[in-house]
Unconditional design. Structure first.
Length: 509
């Protein structure tokens, strides 16, 4: 048993080594198992379980590798005991040799810097309460990457649950392959339904993770990693599927300007679907994964992507971009900037007059923590945030989905929603909603109603006059003007639209 445990440990398969070491420890009560047990726990981000083992080792530190000091520091760091973490990081750094361990010394300096960032952020916390979404949504397995419809009545998320399509387990972490799940509720105060796998067209035998939902809820961007040929390396790519009635379509892969031989794990559409923000580790970045931006050309094809630059990207990893419906505020997660540990959530705002993005700013503790805080998304009323995080004190197991009530200080949006129906018998209509800028006659966005329900959602930022047109075959055109030049608050309007059937003989007039 000990040989197997040691082999798993050396290969970094901590999830396999841990139960064996725990059994050995229960049988022999030997302190030599304390260190590998602690390392197994800390690599599964369970600092609460790891710390007591490391502290026992610290009673006789000469019996264990010098890296014990680093692991003890990391356990304190993840527990937000920053001063203790700094002390042990410094002790480990003192044992390193500059000529031989230059990279490790740089890493310790960065860890100490993040602890100091944490002390500063924790001294001025956000006035909010972080809440777990509960046991209906979250499980004992990792649950993460939430995306919500604009009316907040549908949530789509990713999970590593045992009923994954194909039933495969990833040997690297012992988790089931990712699948995408969906849950609904009837109103904002109603309970969520039991999550179900979203669609066989979306979930595959590989890894599938939801990324972004368009404003009208009719298009889902998701990530897929599928090793189709064992002779060739495979990388994760971005796909999109459209909702037709109750069914999601066969997905299609984004073109090669966006998907490369590298890794593209996440993305976010602007409200008009003409700009895509995405993460990639392609060549030409600042290090690790960066945030990139690509615009759709008038003919529908995509231009060449542009790196978002050093105000957004760092030598560390950036991921999980989310562009707010106001079109001006970008949220993303980063291990760089003023992170207090792991991925923290940052924001940057676009200045229209300067044509520049602002310096990235940490959204603050307790949204950002020493653990990975990622997949951040706002509700359209700018009052609620949803994100993924590991929080041992109230979690159900590994990563969970959380929310918090925080009022955003940014531009306002106008949300118009309802049903598009036949005026005669009130059956739902699949219609196209085209929104133009009245001043420039430029198309701001094209939205769609659902063919099964007639449900539509349109989101418009403040500051412009819009022309709103509803178009459907065999029905008369419905148009109106919407003036948002002086909008000074979030506004949500419920409006059903009844379209009049047009007799075929009169359609060409």
């Amino acid at each position: 048993m000990e040989t197997h445990a040691s082999d798993y440990f050396r290969n970094g398969q901590y999830h396999m080594a841990l139960p064996l070491y725990l059994e050995l420890d229960s049988i022999y009560k030997d302190s030599k198992y304390d260190y590998p047990i602690g390392v197994c726990y800390i690599n599964d981000f369970d600092n609460i379980a790891a710390l007591p083992y490391f502290l026992k080792c610290m009673q006789t530190p000469h019996e264990f590798p010098a890296r014990l000091y680093f692991y003890t520091a990391k356990a304190y760091h993840l527990a937000h005991q920053m001063d203790e973490a700094i002390k042990y990081y410094q002790e480990y750094k003192a044992k390193l040799k500059p000529r031989k361990d230059g990279d490790l010394i740089k890493k310790m300096d960065r860890e100490i810097e993040m602890c100091n960032n944490g002390k500063e952020l924790m001294a001025h916390p956000l006035k909010t309460e972080i809440k777990n979404m509960g046991s209906v949504i979250n499980s004992e397995y990792p649950d993460y990457a939430p995306v919500l419809s604009a009316d907040q009545l549908t949530i789509i998320f990713t999970s590593n649950r045992p009923n994954t399509t194909g039933g495969q387990i990833d040997e690297s972490d012992g988790l089931y392959y990712e699948d995408i799940y969906i849950s609904n509720r009837d109103s904002l105060n109603a309970p969520w339904s039991a999550p179900e796998k979203i669609s066989d067209n979306i979930n595959s035998n590989g890894h599938d993770a939801c990324i972004s939902l368009t404003a009208d809820g009719q298009k889902l961007i998701f990530y897929r990693y599928l090793q189709e040929n064992l002779l060739f390396a495979s990388s994760g790519d971005l796909y999109i599927s459209e909702l037709h009635g109750k069914d999601w379509s066969e997905p299609f892969k984004f073109p090669e300007q966006i998907n490369t031989e590298g890794w593209e794990p996440s993305a976010s559409f602007s409200e008009d679907e003409r700009t895509l923000f995405f993460s990639s580790d392609r060549a030409g970045g600042y290090g690790g994964t960066d945030i990139w931006m690509v615009r759709r050309l008038p003919n529908g094809s995509w231009a060449l992507p542009q790196n978002m630059g050093p105000k957004i990207n760092t030598e560390y990893d950036e991921d999980s971009p989310f562009i707010h419906p106001d079109g001006k505020t970008l949220y993303f997660s980063s291990m760089g900037h003023k992170s207090m540990g792991g991925y923290d959530v940052f924001s940057s705002e676009y200045n229209d007059s300067l044509k520049l993005w602002s310096e990235a700013r940490n959204v603050g503790y307790p949204v950002s923590t020493a653990h990975d805080d990622i997949h951040f998304t706002w509700s359209d009323d700018a009052n609620t945030v949803f994100f993924s995080s590991y929080r041992a004190h109230d979690g159900y197991g590994d990563k969970d989905i959380y929310y918090a009530n925080i009022q955003k200080e940014a531009a306002y949006v106008y949300v118009m929603k309802g049903l598009i129906l036949d005026s005669a018998d009130h059956h739902p209509i699949e219609a196209t909603i085209r929104v133009l800028d009245e001043d420039t006659n430029e198309i701001i966005g094209i939205f769609n109603s659902n063919s099964s329900t007639g449900k539509y959602i349109v989101i418009l930022p403040e500051g412009k006059n819009y022309k709103f047109s509803v178009i459907a075959p065999n029905y008369g055109l419905c148009s109106e003007e919407i003036n948002l030049s002086h909008l000074k608050q979030f506004k949500e309007v419920d409006k059903n639209i009844n379209l009049c059937p047009v007799h075929p003989g009169h359609m060409s007039k």
